[in-house]
Ligand binder design. Sequence first.
Ligand code: PLP
Length: 497
Amino acid sequence: MYFESVRPRIPIVGEVPGSLTTPMTPDEFRRHGHALVDWVAEYLAHPERYAVLSRVEPGAITAALPAEAPDLGESFEALFADFERVLVPGLTHWNQPGFMAYFASTASAPGILAELLSAALNQQAMLWRTSPAATELESVTLGWLQRLLGLPDAFSGVIYDTASISTLHALACARERAVPGVRVEGLVGRALPRMRVYASAQAHSSVDKGVMLLGLGQNGLAHVPVDDAFCMRPDALRDAIARDRASGVQPLAVVATLGTTATTSVDPVAAIAEICDAEGLWLHVDAAYAGAAAMLPEQRAHFAGWERADSVVVNPHKWLFTPFDLSAFYTRHPALLRAAFSLVPDYLRTADTEQSRNLMDTGIQLGRRFRALKLWAVLRHFGADGLRDRLAGHIALAQMFADWIDATPGWTRVAPVPFSVVCFRATPADVPDDGLDAFNERIVEAVNATGEVFLSHTRLNGQTVIRLAIGHEGTTAAHVTRAWTLLRETAAGRGTT
Ligand code: PLP
């Protein structure tokens, strides 16, 4: 029925004949679509065909592409041929089991299919009426996730693109609550004290960016010292707040991290929540990576106290098998979020019954795409048990790898492993201490150059450290074993394969 109504585009008077591409016909769409799905199925089935880390030189992709867009429309075949020839070699394969860098993640099959639907439907859920389905599915799906995570009903959720944006909105709420009139008067030219947000020295740089954007300045963020396990020290937080108050600085908010970026350390949220209560500070919990693990009963202890937060972020696009991008933001203060961001021009005003559901009022963005669809697809496809099973499997693989490190002379684990990331370094007796950083850097480079796995590095206590992060749905003991073999062979070959 729908296809029958599609007609070739009628040329506008004055347009050059032959310069127009007719719309892709339904039959062409079906043909290309089937071919594309076949390509994706092959891609997912045979990850070993691709080097995980792209091997192209900087600038090579740009040089291989025309400087200008084409004047005449081109066929989809031509486009796809260039995709394979030029772009595929320039892909680093985040969606492969050998990807163990940064935080490994998965675009799972149901998530990929839901993204296809989302693109086809082109929903824009700024108002409830511009997409009742996207608006309501967002709150239903986030409700499901919230209960799986064990967050109380007092929270309500909104989807943003990334954790950085979720954290920015959390800090905007904190500022809205603490600074009367900030929405109208701003911060400039007013007799206001310096304000401070507190996060551990291991917190993600998105907290820095948040305070920068909100006009608090980078000095408006205090990096609280951590203990030996890289967790925020509540005594140091208490001292920092007291020092600030004594010198006229106004404390605003604390960002506690459950699963820090470098080591996945777990800030003691319960103790931090006590301090925030006593001091009247907004508590935002950044569980962007590790939050998914709250679905596992045996992991819940790590999350003790997060239910007392004012806001929480969990990224299903990190460790919940959801294609980029989707960040779940929960707050106990949805009215405050709206107070900070709602701004309704006349042309977007709707009936009162709809107004409170309009997603455009919950953040800086007006337009919102249909992200909930892929999370819904993931939650339904795997089911809670399927998700728990995979998360527990990743944690077990990380534990297995950590045990190998602990049991092998010449290798040292440098942080606890609460979730699915292991931080370690090669420490052979015959490499002097001041040569270990370069030695470990060479190992990472050489292992990554094999194309079989991709590991990343970081610095801890002034030393270069290797990170192995497990988070892809397809990663098995065989992949982790192979990574370990490559690491040992490389180290034995003195840093080259
Ligand atoms: N918070 C933590 C703990 C992270 O590790 C990261 C990224 O790795 C972020 C926030 C930022 O995430 P996003 O890329 O979704 O902004």
